[in-house]
Write a protein that binds this ligand. Sequence first.
Ligand SMILES: Cc1cc2nc3c(=O)[nH]c(=O)nc-3n(C[C@H](O)[C@H](O)[C@H](O)COP(=O)(O)OP(=O)(O)OC[C@H]3O[C@@H](n4cnc5c(N)ncnc54)[C@H](O)[C@@H]3O)c2cc1C
Length: 620
Amino acid sequence: MAEAVEWQADGTPFSPRFGDIYRSEAGGLEQARHVFLQGCEMPAAWCGLPQWCILETGFGLGLNFLATWQAWLADPQRPRMLHVASIEAWPATAQDLLRSAAPYPELMPLAEQLARQWHGLLPGFHRLVFEGGQLLLTLCVGDVKPMLRELRFDVDAVFLDGFAPQHNPAMWDIHTLKSVARLCRRGTRLATWTSAGEVKQALRECGFVVKRAEGLPPKRHRLVGVFDPAWALKKREPVVPAARAGRCIVVGGGLAGAAVAGSLARRGWSVEVLDAADQPACGASGLPAGLLAPQVSPDDNLLSRLSRCGIRMSLQQADALLTPGVDWQANGVLEHRIDGTAGLPALWPDAGRDWTRAATPEELAEAGLPAEAVALWHTRAGWIKPAYLVRAWLAQPGVSWRGGVQVSGLKQEGALVKAVDAAGRQLAEADLVVIAAGPASAAVAAHAGELPLQAIRGQVSWAVLARPEQAMPAFPVNGHGSLIPAVPSLQGQLWLAGASFERGSTDTRSRASDHLDNLQRLRALLPKTAAQLTPAFDAGGVQAWAGVRCASPDRLPLVGQASPVATPGVWVCTAMGSRGLSFAALCGELLAARLHHEPLPLERRHAAAIDTTRYLRKDA
Ligand SMILES: Cc1cc2nc3c(=O)[nH]c(=O)nc-3n(C[C@H](O)[C@H](O)[C@H](O)COP(=O)(O)OP(=O)(O)OC[C@H]3O[C@@H](n4cnc5c(N)ncnc54)[C@H](O)[C@@H]3O)c2cc1C
């Protein structure tokens, strides 16, 4: 259940859980502006800076966020990127967020955008994207202390907000405040509505210079502070200083490279994408259409969490950049659990059902499956034509494309990295190079470090839908291979079934044996559809598309520096495996966030699990 908010007769929202009001009687917007924005000297403090990062300890009903968003929009000298990382253990409903903003008509258009992205808020991090990707909200759903441990970024301003210390003491104790201080730099500003003596004292012990300021009636005082400890600050990770937007070369113009290019260009980088092929998306990302559906597991494991996080971000990108019904469609995917296992955790909260629930009898019937079949319905899932997403990312301002360029190696020379061809001739140079060349990434990175990558050949079988009345489900189905029943193309509606899987092979020629494998899988997945399509397979009326996936030994992406010491300017973004559509947008944003010391789009330990360093030799 989402958090219950009680609305008092005068419109004040009240939390039965904490026995406290969400905001002062004077009104939320005034409090947001007076206590938090003014308290952190915003907007003056961010004026002319490239980015500004805010940490908020209690998202509540989101008024601080909305007020900050509005102030940022109104400021002609606003930073290019605004980040808010906000912690909330008990997210309210989207309806309550809207009701809270309703008294402030100027905030309503923003609140409506927020409400549209307010779904599926399971414990963990969620990245919400606004203003073309230049305003990013990282919502950290969980208790304040564990969430603070998962954050790693350079905080410019702290909004210390939450229910009153007597109602929610854990929010304000010295351990919480120490964790806040750990994220601050000298000069980080802090503001809070409380002036409680214990909070003031604890902040001082943590290195903040704090003073009382005039409060918003009926409160007499509030606290404002600056992080400026009397002691020397310990050097902390990450040791790489935050990057300033400069010039970047991306090697590889598939989903991974194009996503990185888009993420860096949004932050002001000038990005040149070099690719051996003449056109973008000629590698695995040339797949005619691919599926996007979350992975589920009874223990909601790392892959399940990463897949949801990535899918949220891919869908945001598709929504912003592509044409629905033509380039993509996310009307849901049915997962047929052919082994009969339930797949989902036993205790699957409502927020989880926003993503995935048991399929209904109607959905089973629609797929031609018997009523006793075990199946899940993924609500936020669908198909995308990867090449369209690649081209949309490459078309963003700041990104340029150079095809027909085979990069053979990279050389770090001082602060610059040079890309060279097989004869050692320089092809391009930049402050940063990101290798996103699929299975070829290992060879391109060879001078920098060793990447343990594996090539995995795959083939999909496809054809133009012969008769619209053919027994096709109305939605894609996965679970043992997959079927996408209707993808619009110039030739008509296409169906695609796949895909085969052969480790170690880079052969992209079509194979009859792979067609047979795909048909075999389809028979287990969707027997009725397979029976209808068998004549087309038998008559040779089915086309093939084959490509080569790139995977790491643990099947998770590789994002990070190729060799932090030898080639600090060389980064890697690859090993998307069979899930490039789920992972590319997430990995592009993660790489950019790490470079700029922004809030990461996922928990620190999850980012570590896909970092290149997990495979770097100890002496590298
Ligand atoms: C049959 C099949 C079905 C799939 N189905 C799905 C699906 O349903 N859903 C899903 O999410 N994913 C699916 N995938 C996986 C998905 O296609 C990949 O994860 C994704 O496309 C990988 O993108 P990439 O950018 O890492 O690699 P690629 O798209 O392969 O891009 C690498 C690029 O690097 C370039 N390059 C290589 N070497 C050099 C060099 N030396 N110099 C310059 N450029 C170079 C190549 O030309 C290429 O353009 C499928 C893959 C296959 C093969």
